[in-house]
Every structure is written in structure tokens, then in C-alpha cells.
Design a protein around this ligand. Structure first.
Ligand SMILES: Nc1ncnc2c1ncn2[C@@H]1O[C@H](COP(=O)(O)OP(=O)(O)O)[C@@H](O)[C@H]1O
Ligand SMILES: [Mg+2]
Length: 274
């Protein structure tokens, strides 16, 4: 693990995080299968092979993992299967072989909703907000699984993204691209996830807005939430990554710390434009 980068960022503020998560993994206790809290990566999709419906395999023995409070980044060419890998980890795709484990518990058979209850937050690549609803209604929708008072979490989201507070009564569809992505991330944070999965959070935004979003994402990781994200802006994303994965044709092509991958000649030549 790249504990250096972890230490640099520190891990002081637990306010957004929730070490207990939304629920326990009771269903897994004592069945001899899962070992909550067991050693190993905090979240891992291991040796995942699978595709859509009865179609061909898109993922081939693909492994993606992220440690607690760290940032893992998936990069690779268009159509490499990055979004598919995210969907597989979130339970939107049947993996034909391989497994997904969260905090030691095998969650391979769980529905996406059940995974949210176990502490996963997911921001898909497209259609990730309700455009006709206000910013605040979007955040409320994000809290759908909660039965407790979520106002404190909403205040924390507004603290992280002050512009959302300013625009809380506006329809989300009226916001700029970068602000919409903040709504999407904020919505996912409303469940107090242990791990936040982001599929191209900076797609279509300017370099300045991208930097801002990355800063906020680092801030979220500092609270102890693991971040797993897909990025087109490979170089910039690897700069903030504890761990990087280059996917090619549904398989792991290169894996290493963000730093290692940025320094790797082959990775630079093939995926970072030299
Ligand atoms: N819903 C779907 N049904 C069938 N095939 C899909 C679907 N979504 C993506 N694919 C196929 O899976 C492959 C990987 O796509 P994707 O995971 O979206 O790549 P990336 O996110 O790396 O650009 C592509 O060949 C794509 O056509
Ligand atoms: Mg994609």
C-alpha cells in the first residue's frame, strides 16, 4: 500500500465517514463464509469475469481493490470495460466467476440496494442526478435508505460543496456540469458510505473545475472513506491515486501506485500520451 500518500493526506476528520456504515454485516456472521473485518483490501472485486445478459464476457479475470481511506483510480482506453468493472463491483452485472468482498464479507450475491446498505455509494457515469428536482431534493433522494435524521449529513455535504447550499432550491438540471457532478457526489454521500465509487466524475468539465473536484474527493478520502474512481484524465487522476489500475480489453494491464504508473515508460507511451 502506498502508505506515504495516505499519511500525507492524514485521516483526521471522521465527520463524513461512518465507521459503522449503514448496517452491519449480520447476514454473514457465523456462516463460515465471510469474515467481516478480516485482513485484505477493504473492497475488492477479485478475478471478475462476466458480461451483460447472455452476451460475451467483457471482464476477464479482472481484479480491482481499494484500501480504507485510499484513492484507487481505474484508467484505460474507451471501451476497455472500466464502467463494466464498476458495475460488477456494485452488483449491476452478474459475475460468472470471481467475487466481490467488502470489509472481509463476501457480497457477490447481494443486490445493488443491499450493497448500499452495506456501505457502498455509487455515482454512475451518466444520468446520475434527477434534473427536474432541486439540489436539496436530490440530496434527500440520496438518503432514501436512512431512517434516522440525515440533516447533519446534508450540512456536511453543503460544507464540502458550498455552491450546492447556495443553489439548494434550484432545479439540478439548471446547474453547470461541474456543479451537477457535485450534486451527484453529494447525493451518494448522503448514505454515509464507507466506499464511494465514481465513474468519470470530471467528464466534460474544465481543467480548473476538475482540479477543484479532485481536491474535494481527496477531502472525502481524508475522512476515512475509500474512493474508487474511473477517470479519463488519467495523468491528473494518477497523481492523486494511492493505487492505479490500467484496464485493457477487460483485463488488468498494469497495476501499481499512482506514482509508479506515472513513471512507467510503457504506461506513459500507451496511455498517457508519452
Ligand atoms: N449495457 C450494455 N450491454 C451490452 N454491452 C455493453 C453494455 N455497456 C457496455 N457494453 C460493452 O462493454 C464493453 C466495455 O464498455 P464500458 O465498460 O462502458 O467501457 P469503458 O467504461 O472503459 O469505456 C464495450 O464493448 C461496450 O460496448
Ligand atoms: Mg465508461
Amino acid at each position: 500500500m502506498n502508505s506515504g500518500a495516505y499519511d500525507d493526506r492524514g485521516n483526521r476528520d471522521q465527520s463524513l465517514g461512518n465507521s459503522a456504515g449503514m448496517g452491519t454485516v449480520d447476514g454473514y456472521r457465523g456462516d463460515g463464509v465471510a469474515r467481516p473485518g478480516a485482513p485484505g483490501p477493504f473492497l475488492i472485486g477479485e478475478a471478475m469475469t462476466g458480461g451483460y445478459g447472455k452476451g460475451p464476457d467483457i471482464l476477464h479475470d479482472c481484479t480491482i481493490a481499494v484500501e480504507k481511506g485510499e484513492i484507487a483510480v481505474i484508467v484505460g482506453p474507451n471501451g476497455a470495460g472500466k464502467s463494466t468493472a464498476m458495475k460488477a463491483i456494485f452488483g449491476m452485472l452478474d459475475v460468472r466467476s470471481g467475487s466481490v468482498r467488502l470489509d472481509g464479507a463476501d457480497i457477490t450475491a447481494l443486490s445493488p440496494q443491499a450493497r448500499v446498505r452495506q456501505g457502498m455509494g455509487f455515482v454512475p457515469q451518466t444520468h446520475n442526478i434527477f434534473t427536474s428536482m432541486t439540489v436539496e431534493e436530490n440530496l434527500e433522494m440520496g438518503a432514501f435508505i436512512r431512517t434516522d435524521d440525515f440533516r447533519k449529513t446534508m450540512a456536511q455535504v453543503y460544507e464540502l460543496f458550498p455552491i450546492l447550499h447556495e443553489k439548494r432550491h434550484q432545479a439540478a438540471g439548471e446547474l453547470s456540469g461541474g456543479q451537477r457532478q457535485q450534486v451527484a457526489v453529494g447525493r451518494a454521500l448522503m448514505t454515509q458510505p464507507k466506499v464511494l465509487m465514481l465513474d468519470e466524475p470530471t467528464a466534460g468539465v474544465s481543467p480548473i473545475v476538475m482540479d477543484e473536484l479532485f481536491d474535494r474527493i481527496i477531502e472525502v478520502a481524508r475522512t476515512g472513506i475509500s474512493i474508487l474512481m474511473v477517470e479519463q484524465n488519467a495523468r491528473q487522476a494518477l497523481e492523486i491515486a494511492d493505487k492505479g489500475y490500467v484496464l485493457v480489453q477487460g483485463a488488468n494491464a498494469h497495476t501499481g501506485t499512482g506514482k509508479d504508473l506515472l513513471a512507467d515508460d510503457e504506461v506513459r507511451r500507451s496511455f498517457l500520451g508519452g
